[in-house]
Design a protein. Structure first.
Length: 94
């Protein structure tokens, strides 16, 4: 970290602080999973906006509607209805 910031850091303190945040989020997931899911969906990039996407063999326009229980991105294609995509099966076209 010193190479990046140019100053020394107390690693034990940093680890302790990081673990506090990890534990707090873990407890939140454990106790309020639906709220964590809502927070995630509220921050999902391009959610509820019409954009172009690309798969290995198709360029299409669609709207991200969310994420399914398997963690796949759910996109409503302009022409074909709702479809789910795993990681690296779909790309944003910017």
């Amino acid at each position: 970290m010193k190479l990046v910031t140019g100053r020394s850091h107390e690693l034990n303190w940093m680890l302790s602080e990081l673990l506090k945040y990890v534990e707090a989020r873990y407890l939140q997931v454990k106790q309020q999973a639906s709220r964590v899911n809502k927070d995630y969906l509220d921050r999902l990039f391009w959610k509820d906006e019409l954009h172009q996407f690309q798969t290995q063999d198709l360029l299409f326009t669609g709207v991200i509607e969310g994420v399914d229980s398997a963690g796949r991105l759910c996109v409503r294609k302009e022409d074909d209805g709702l479809e789910s995509f795993a990681a690296r099966e779909i790309w944003y076209v910017i």
